[in-house]
Design a binder for this molecule. Structure first.
Ligand code: GDP
Length: 368
């Protein structure tokens, strides 16, 4: 019989295979008398939380649970990958609870863009996607921008209720929670623990806000259309911006192509000479060529001239799938989830993007 080990901290079943999944503990930890999962270990010793991935089912159960409680919901999205990090079903589950929408990673957006404009855009986009947040905030958890104001707003909006923080993986939720722990622990001097969430196998990080209420961190859901799930570590490091993005403008004639390393390709098909503004990580090389030569160039030079992916990653790199779009509105972004976007200022362009199979490509009203 296989013995099932449980974490003495949160009760989750211990596994040693996947560092990102719930219940991970390094094999050496199993030799101890009391086994504790890495998440609880970090929490206990460093007062720091670590994100775990969870299944869609567990996530839905949590959302349902939140809908049945009277609470304030903080929804975090990655402003660099707004559509890719949006949790589509959220508003259907959370009942009448108020939502504060938080755009994280504001430090990546060019400084010339006014925050008010971004917030306006976030409100508009949220509405389009079916969510009416009580308020919208722009923050940088990494840099600490906007954190204090948000903490104050949370205190006002929650009216004494509990707070649930939700967001998909990689939006910076852990970084955010660690900031909040600092903000709120000064006031309460309370210890962070985990609380059992009814109906799931999960325990949520519990940050006491006052005598009777807490902020809970829910595990990040995996959003299946993000580039992060299809590319290797090396590529991911290059395509994920860490600094303010510098816009790159290209004047293109019809039938010209841009390659974003070998990760994606943009074909300008029809609509007269015009400019396209690219917002991708500064480390991604943009290579211009003729449309008629693009297939051959990719076949022969992906992994070298067109990299990332690295030559080693190329073998497992998904094939590129073509999506064609007609730009009918001025100021439209063509978005490649996790890689960035291309802004088209005037309507009337026919374009196509080629993205790794499984990654989403879409149009939206311009962010910038
Ligand atoms: P989680 O998976 O949502 O918990 O996200 P993490 O907190 O682990 O962060 C995911 C990645 O985003 C990490 O590489 C962080 O360094 C980065 N990150 C988090 N917050 C910010 C931010 O405000 N700005 C930038 N540029 N990067 C951030």
């Amino acid at each position: 019989m296989i013995e099932v080990m449980k974490c003495v901290g949160c009760g989750v079943t211990i596994q040693t295979e996947n560092t990102k999944k719930l219940g991970y503990a390094p094999p050496s930890a199993l030799e101890k008398e009391e086994v504790i999962c890495q998440r609880c270990f970090r929490l206990k010793h460093y007062n720091e939380i670590q994100d775990v991935e969870l299944t869609d089912d567990d996530f839905l159960r949590i959302l349902n649970g939140i809908g049945q409680t009277d609470a304030l919901v903080i929804k975090i999205v990655d402003i660099f990958d707004f559509n890719g990090s949006w949790l589509p079903g959220l508003h259907r589950f959370i009942g009448n609870n108020k939502v504060l929408l938080v755009g994280n990673k504001s430090d990546l957006i060019p400084k010339s863009v006014r925050p008010e404009k971004m917030i306006h855009w976030m409100k508009y986009s949220a509405k389009q996607l079916g969510l009416k947040p009580a308020d919208v905030f722009l923050i940088s958890s990494a840099k600490g921008h906007g954190i204090r104001q948000l903490a104050q707003a949370i205190d006002e909006h929650r009216e004494g209720k509990d707070v649930y923080v939700v967001g998909c993986t990689n939006v910076g939720k852990s970084t955010f929670i660690n900031r909040m722990i600092k903000e709120f622990s000064e006031e309460t001097n309370n210890v962070i623990t985990t609380s059992h969430f009814p109906g799931t196998t999960l325990d949520l990080i519990d940050i006491p806000l006052d005598e009777t209420s807490s902020m809970y961190d829910t595990p990040g859901i995996i959003n299946h259309h993000q580039m992060a799930h299809f590319v290797g570590k090396h590529s991911l490091k290059i395509i994920t911006p860490t600094k303010e993005i510098k816009a790159k403008t290209f004047q293109l004639n019809e039938e010209q192509t841009l390659f974003f390393g070998g990760m994606a390709r943009f074909d300008y098909i029809k609509g007269g000479r015009r400019s396209f503004v690219c917002y991708v990580s500064n480390q991604v090389n943009i290579h211009r060529t003729k449309l008629e030569k693009a297939d051959e160039l990719y076949r022969e030079h992906a992994g070298e001239l067109l990299s990332p992916p690295s030559p080693e990653e190329l073998a497992n790199f998904p094939e590129l799938i073509r999506h064609e779009f007609m730009i009918r509105e001025p100021k439209t972004d063509i978005v490649i989830s996790g890689l960035g976007w291309i802004t088209v200022n005037e309507a009337g362009a026919k374009v196509a993007v080629h993205v790794p199979k499984g990654v989403s490509a879409s149009l939206r009203k311009s962010l910038i």
